[in-house]
Design a protein around this ligand. Structure first.
Ligand code: NAP
Length: 269
């Protein structure tokens, strides 16, 4: 398999790192493109099957799978310029671009192309992405291939395309939301007497532990909360104070605000 990542910035690089770290995926060559390639040179030096280039057309012509990871505003001009190099027989298209629908690709390329819309997050760099994906009718036979590639980045869930905007907020923006929660826990721990590295270690491992209880045990969060909230105890007192201050409400409102902001971005792009 030969893969081209067109626009290897933050996310493209995270995907590239996931792909080169995957033992099960036999990638003959991975093309990484961007206009200024200097910052990517180390990827080609470290991996004999990686080519770094600013020549999108050459990368596409030599590949079976083309992953688009440029900014939303950069896509339409880029896609129009690359259309002559893309053909439906050879190429499976995977897009990671926020707010860009499958139909946006079909309008430029034609509906005969297999197009997969995906939404990974930056935890792809450490194999822990929560990636949602959906494909058009032509991509049905290519979904397992796309899933195989995206599964090198972490977990993959196939969803209806109509839910992709919501998935963007929960999973991609979600990285920032969880980082802020971990950061706030760290700041609280520092105030209570731990130095910064200790505080961060404790916050991160406790967060991982909480997530693992749900992932491995399949329990509901409230039943795990019941196990640590002694009546009249310190945990329920702190938890209730957080809710009086709007913890759950702030999170839900933040998710909905991010969701609505994507509509604004789409209108102005
Ligand atoms: N970051 C995330 O967490 C995340 C998660 C899910 C989805 N997304 C989506 O993924 C896309 C990329 O996000 P990002 O954060 O990785 O953005 P980014 O860091 O800005 O990466 C975009 C890259 O595209 C390159 N590029 C721009 N025009 C190009 C062209 N004509 N040919 C080749 N390369 C070109 C840029 O490099 P040069 O300027 O050197 O060309 C840049 O490195 C966005 O659409 C975003 O909505 C991001």
């Amino acid at each position: 398999m030969k893969i081209a990542i067109i626009g290897t910035g933050n996310l493209g690089l995270a995907i590239a790192k996931g792909i080169v770290a995957a033992d099960n995926l036999k990638v003959e060559r991975l093309y990484l493109t961007k206009r200024n390639t200097a910052a990517l040179a180390y990827m080609a030096e470290a991996h004999s099957n990686v080519t770094v280039t600013s020549d999108n057309q050459a990368a596409i012509l030599a590949s079976d799978v083309v992953i688009f990871a440029v900014q939303p505003g950069q896509l339409s001009a880029l896609l129009a310029s690359l259309t002559p190099s893309l053909n439906a027989e050879q190429h499976t298209i995977i897009s990671t671009i926020t707010g860009k629908k499958i139909v946006d690709f079909e309008n430029t390329l034609g509906s005969e192309f297999a197009i997969v819309r995906s939404m990974p997050n930056t935890a792809a760099a450490v194999g822990q992405s929560m990636t949602c994906m959906s494909g058009n009718d032509k991509a049905e036979s290519k979904l397992s291939l796309a899933k195989e590639i995206l599964a090198t980045l972490g977990e993959v869930m196939i969803i209806e395309e109509s839910l992709m905007q919501a998935a963007t907020v929960v999973c991609a923006s979600g990285i920032a939301f969880w980082m802020r929660l971990i950061r706030a826990t760290t700041q609280g721990a520092i105030q209570l007497g731990f130095d910064a590295p200790e505080a961060q270690h404790m916050a991160v491992q406790t967060c991982l532990g909480a997530a693992s209880l749900l992932q491995n045990g399949g329990a509901h969060p409230e039943s795990e909360i019941d196990r640590v909230t002694t009546p009249k105890g310190c945990t329920i007192e702190g938890l209730n104070e957080m809710e009086h201050q709007g913890l759950s409400s702030a999170l839900i409102k933040g998710l909905v605000t991010s969701f609505n902001k994507i509509d604004d971005i789409k209108k102005s792009s």
